[in-house]
Design a protein. Structure first.
Length: 132
């Protein structure tokens, strides 16, 4: 997903390399509280709403994408797993996927972080902010 939400998002910074911060992220990966919605629009655009505000952008929907106009609710665990995507090799999760598919992805993210927590590598930041 392309958006500007990454600006100032601590889950997309080098803090994920810190054990204590990563422990907080792992705890959030167990939180199944609904926190937002996403709806895909014509032409690959989307609108996402959460308590942190709303955003939009464009995506290339995959085979798990809902029909255009269908609103999908996502949970804290989904949101956290999706926002950690800067970590190299992290299993992918899209907020619009069916819940069962997101459950699989969240479990894979937890497993990945458990196995690789001390050896994580980050891809480049997607916003013009330096966290080094």
């Amino acid at each position: 997903m392309n958006s500007t939400r990454g600006e100032g998002d601590l889950l997309r910074t080098r803090l994920v390399l810190n054990d204590a911060f990563r422990a907080l992220a792992l705890a959030a990966l167990n939180d199944k509280t609904e926190t937002g919605t996403i709806v895909l629009r014509e032409g690959g655009s989307y609108e996402e709403k959460s308590p942190h505000g709303s955003q939009g952008g464009t995506i290339t929907p995959d085979a798990f994408a809902p029909k255009v106009g269908v609103t999908v609710s996502f949970r804290v665990c989904d949101d956290v797993a999706h926002r950690l995507k800067r970590i190299e090799g992290l299993p992918r999760l899209e907020l619009y996927w069916p819940e069962a598919k997101r459950d699989e992805a969240v479990a894979a993210v937890r497993e990945f972080l458990g196995k690789n927590g001390n050896n994580l590598e980050l891809g480049p930041a997607t916003w013009p902010w330096s966290d080094d």
